[in-house]
Design a protein around this ligand. Structure first.
Ligand SMILES: [Zn+2]
Length: 405
């Protein structure tokens, strides 16, 4: 079996070549958009075109002539558009709302022809022709060094992403290797724990990311229910139509709210090199949180479903654990003391070792910890799991490694 990972590598790009990469990124996005537009228009039967080999000949020459984009990057743009169109058709088949793909992110997709990997640097095809050399930036003995420097991992295509906030280019490289079943070699997997809540933050990760305002979600829901109740009392036909339209609008708003949260969860998992995202089991959460509404239960399920959908594209799996005591246990690696007095609302203060941290952050660390302990106990595959923390990782034995990302 093949193991697949994504190595996220910071790049050092020479100042005088940064404009070339920016221009390439903008042109790539335009080209991908034009392929997506054409695919969305559909074939003679009006069906959305999702096949790369059918989409490419339709507009390839025209788009290359117009944009002047490097031929390998133009091929990558077709693939990028076809993938997005396939995603739309999958959603349609599942009866979900969807619309034409619109590319807005600062991303260039490099297939293996358009990127070459060397010792310490890579060479990226740019705009019309020519190449930009960019050096890798990571410490020795980091996971990135293992993926990029050793011969164990085969490097495939990559995505170049530009982070505006830090004015930095990151290369997301797909790497694969054959799993050696006979050697019993331990595969290292990093686990991101996620705590979900009905108030305060919707989700908190074991790496200390707080995301989604659950209070806002509840407020919008109550507002919608109040309006609906008022309109139902009126009972007129026009009131009925208004109910439908505000219902649609609220459904769209809440889905997009959850999409943002799930997207940030997966981004966090990718940037921390995690291959597993762990939630609490929903059936059990219902026992912990007294009386969650049907809507809140839907939001929890939907957040997980959307996370699974997006995580799969990054080669990350989503798992669940039993949530018992995850909010009462001290997540300090040397402690683990469990007591109901440890938690007071949003505050967690261990009655034994004195550790203090946000209660949801503490719970998220415990969720990842439980998953790792379960795997250790079951002895499954001899895999070594690491818990992703704010500034590093912990393995099942409590050994800490500082962060490298
Ligand atoms: Zn403690």
């Amino acid at each position: 079996m093949e193991i697949q990972r994504t190595a996220v590598v910071k790049l050092s790009v020479p100042d005088e070549r940064r404009d070339d990469l920016t221009r390439t990124m903008n042109t790539f996005r335009d080209a991908a958009q034009r392929f997506a537009d054409r695919g969305w228009e559909g074939d003679d039967d009006g069906c959305v075109i999702t096949s790369r080999s059918r989409l490419q000949p339709l507009v390839y020459d025209e788009i290359r002539d117009d944009t002047g984009l490097h031929s390998d990057l133009t091929v990558a743009a077709v693939n990028h558009a076809a993938d997005a169109l396939s995603g739309c058709v999958d959603k349609m088949k599942a009866g979900e709302r969807t619309s034409k793909p619109v590319f807005t992110s600062n991303t260039t997709v490099y297939n293996t022809n358009a990127i070459s990997y060397f010792d310490g640097y890579c060479s990226l095809a740019v705009y019309g022709s020519g190449r930009v050399h960019a050096e890798y930036v990571y410490p020795d003995e980091s996971p990135q060094a293992e993926y990029m420097d050793s011969d164990n991992w085969e490097k495939q295509g990559a995505k170049l992403r530009y982070d505006q906030q830090s004015d930095t280019y990151y290369l997301h490289v797909s790497v694969t290797k054959e799993r050696d079943e006979s050697s019993g070699e331990a595969e290292s997997r990093t686990v991101l724990g996620v705590d979900r809540n009905v108030d305060g933050y919707l989700a908190v990760t074991s790496t200390g990311v707080f995301l989604g305002n659950a209070d806002l979600l509840n407020h919008k829901r109550r507002e919608y229910e109040r309006r609906r109740a008022r309109l139902q009392q009126q009972g007129t036909r026009s009131a009925h139509l208004t109910i439908e339209s505000i219902g649609d609008r609220f459904a769209r708003w809440s889905e997009s709210f959850l999409h943002q949260a799930s997207k940030r969860l997966v981004t966090e998992a990718v940037s921390q090199g995690c291959s597993v995202i762990v939630f609490e089991d929903l059936e059990q959460i219902r026992k912990r949180i007294s009386n969650p509404s049907k809507f809140q239960q839907w939001a929890f399920r939907e957040l997980k479903r959307q996370t699974e959908y997006k995580a799969r594209a990054e080669g990350i799996t989503v798992e669940s654990v039993h949530p018992a005591y995850t909010s009462q246990r001290c997540s300090d690696a040397d402690c683990g003391f469990t007591h109901e007095d440890n938690r007071d609302g949003d505050d967690f203060a261990c009655q034994k070792c004195g550790k203090e941290l946000h209660a949801d952050y503490n719970a998220a660390r415990n969720i990842a910890h439980r998953f790792i302990q379960n795997r250790l106990k079951s002895g499954s595959g001899g895999a070594t799991h690491h818990l992703a923390l704010k500034s590093g990782t912990l393995n099942g034995n409590g050994d800490y490694s500082p962060s490298t990302v």
